[in-house]
Write a protein that binds this ligand. Structure first.
Ligand code: HEC
Ligand code: HEC
Ligand code: HEC
Length: 282
């Protein structure tokens, strides 16, 4: 009893904590500055100006930390100078993020090298520099990649006889048809189940066309022949007039577990990050 009550109390406190955290956290997180990033992500997926500037920043950071830790003053000074230039350049590209690219820590590293500071001191400063990178990456890197490197889920459409269908609509239809077929089978309404099944297969075919919006080459998973075999098997049971619900159940589960769920795990974070970036901030 006491344990139960404690668990319940803990759950309530947890919920309160989450509720309390949700407000301020959202207010403090302005999302990514789309308008400032846009000009640096023009053109193809390769060769984006911001990406290239980051890659260069990575190389110069590596060169500088290596020289600093090795205790080679000449190389360290030269590489810190070149790192400082790149920091300033990248910091200037996105004004909202300028504060992340302060050069104070580079000055500290410079002084530590000149003063022949011990390895522990130099190590500490190097990791201070590196943490300044990680703190932004952890927060924004994926959002930027979802926005600019994934291809747009909002723009992914497929043309059907009835007109243009969005990616999102195809998904909603897939879900209602899959649930519909199962409910009809359970209610022993086989004519309706067959109708819903037909639409399910249509929508599944449309979804396959949507992959080509982003993938040049066909992909192995999520819509492959093993998933389709389950769907065809459902069709076969319906055609034969099988009324035993238990024959169908594992097939529905397989479709969910082999196609819908794992594909969502891969694609939804990016798709929803894109959707959130579009929504006005509160
Ligand atoms: C490309 C891999 C992929 C496959 C396979 C896939 N989905 Fe989706 N689905 C997505 C993505 C990405 C989204 C989010 C984007 C959107 O809805 O605008 C989504 C969204 C959804 C949504 C809307 C969720 C919401 O909260 O609005 C439903 C419902 C859905 N999918 C059902 C299904 C079902 C059922 C299947 C399997 C028969 C399936 N999906 C297969 C990628 C996939
Ligand atoms: C204010 C945010 C911010 C800061 C600070 C920042 N970066 Fe980045 N960095 C990004 C973003 C956003 C990307 C993703 C760019 C893309 O994929 O197009 C990125 C990508 C990179 C990449 C290439 C992507 C990869 O997967 O490896 C490297 C390398 C990199 N950053 C190095 C650094 C280094 C080194 C520092 C610190 C000296 C640093 N960055 C500081 C935002 C930042
Ligand atoms: C809006 C763009 C978009 C759409 C639509 C889309 N994908 Fe993807 N998908 C990506 C990106 C980006 C990645 C991660 C990087 C990569 O693999 O190219 C990815 C990763 C994957 C992966 C895992 C890694 C790999 O490359 O094999 C699979 C499998 C996959 N997608 C299958 C599909 C299938 C099947 C569909 C259609 C049902 C689909 N995708 C629709 C953008 C998309």
């Amino acid at each position: 009893m006491a344990r139960n009550r404690n668990q319940r109390l803990a759950a309530v406190l947890f919920t309160l904590g989450v509720a309390a955290a949700a407000g301020p956290v959202r207010a403090a997180d302005p999302g990514i500055p789309i308008a400032e990033l846009n000009p640096h992500f023009k053109g193809g997926r390769e060769g984006h100006a911001y990406t290239l500037a980051m890659l260069e920043l990575g190389m110069r950071t590596g060169a500088a930390t290596t020289a600093v830790l090795r205790g080679d003053p000449d190389r360290a000074r030269a590489s810190l100078k070149s790192l400082r230039e790149q920091m300033t350049k990248v910091g200037g590209m996105v004004p909202s993020w300028k504060a992340y690219f302060g050069t104070g820590v580079i000055d500290e590293l410079d002084r530590a090298v000149s003063a022949k500071a011990d390895l522990a001191t130099r190590k500490k400063l190097a990791s201070k520099l590196e943490s300044s990178c990680t703190s932004c990456h952890a927060r924004y890197m994926f959002q930027v990649q979802a926005q600019y490197r994934w291809g747009s889920f909002a723009d992914a459409v497929v043309t059907a006889d009835s007109g243009t269908l969005t990616f999102h609509q195809v998904m909603l239809d897939l879900a209602s048809d899959l649930g519909g077929v199962r409910a009809d089978v359970e209610a022993a309404q086989f004519a309706e189940a067959t109708q819903a099944y037909k639409r399910l297969m249509e929508r599944f075919g449309m979804m396959e066309q949507l992959c080509a919006n982003c993938h040049d080459q066909p992909r192995q998973y999520f819509i492959d022949s093993t998933v389709k075999a389950r769907l065809f098997k459902i069709g076969g049971l319906l055609r034969r007039g099988d009324t035993n619900v238990a024959d169908y159940t594992p097939l529905f589960n397989d479709v969910n577990e082999m196609s819908c769920l794992p594909c969502h795990q891969v694609h939804m974070p990016a798709a929803f990050a894109q959707r959130n970036a579009l929504e006005p901030k509160r």
